[in-house]
Design a protein around this ligand. Structure first.
Ligand code: HPA
Length: 236
């Protein structure tokens, strides 16, 4: 038990899906998992454990942004012993070749946050996904005929930049950064620090280049496909 999590030792499976939104965690548990049991509700940051195709798996909300995710992830790894962490989320698009509804598998994660700098002194650490999880997700997306991109994600601490549109992202898009969300760099850094596996899978919901946005129905279908993919990777 921690100040943020009242789950008991053994309440979580070794693999977890990490949405930002607590209600998405509830939806994943109720829609996809068998015998889902609520294991954490501190601050309404809901966590559940159940099974997918007979294999144990958890889903725990992280809240929005890297400070919030870092608290949950630090404790999931160090207090509860989790080994495989897959963030499922939505992201903005920074490249017109990535279409609304496409998946981005975050191979690496750039950031404007100081959170990754902590402890590295003069070095710029490059947060990267676990290669096995990344390869598995790409193979499965390919086999399912899903549209997906493997590339560099920006984890920003800022949702509402002073400059609207693409102006807030500087030279990143011209250096191969294809999407923007708010969590992956911290997730990958913590996974590296503590020797566990992590991956971020995002559905692109709003393209900052074209202004395209996902509609409500497509959002639900795309999220379902993404969750099923993430569960397959998590329980492999
Ligand atoms: N910026 C940051 N995070 C996001 C966005 C965005 O445009 N869209 C979905 N998550």
């Amino acid at each position: 038990m921690t100040p943020h999590n009242h789950a008991k030792p053994g309440d979580y499976a070794e693999a977890v899906l990490l949405p930002g939104d607590p209600l998405r965690a509830k939806w994943v548990a109720e829609t996809f998992l068998k015998d889902a049991k609520l294991v954490n509700s501190v601050r309404n940051c809901l966590g559940y454990t159940g099974t997918w195709n007979g294999k144990p798996v958890s889903v725990q909300a992280t809240g929005m942004g890297q400070p919030s995710l870092s608290i949950y992830v630090h404790e999931l790894i160090n207090v509860y012993g989790l080994k495989k962490l897959i963030r499922i989320g939505t992201c903005g698009g920074l490249n017109a070749a990535v279409k609304v509804r496409d998946l981005i598998l975050a191979q690496g994660s750039s950031t404007d946050s100081t959170i990754v700098k902590d402890g590295f002194g003069a070095f710029n650490f490059a947060p990267i996904a676990d290669y096995g999880l990344l390869r598995s997700a790409a193979d499965k997306a390919e086999a399912k005929g899903m549209r997906y991109h493997v590339g560099n994600m920006l984890s920003s601490d800022i949702f509402y930049h002073v400059e609207p549109g693409m102006a807030g992202y500087g030279r990143l898009p011209s250096h191969g950064v294809i999407g923007v969300e708010m969590e992956s760099a911290a997730l990958y850094t913590l996974a590296a620090r503590f020797g566990v596996k992590a991956l971020t899978v995002c559905t692109m919901t709003d393209c900052l280049v074209t202004g395209d946005e996902i509609d409500a129905e497509a959002r639900q279908t795309s999220l379902k496909d993404m969750v099923a993919l993430a569960l397959d990777v998590a329980t492999e």
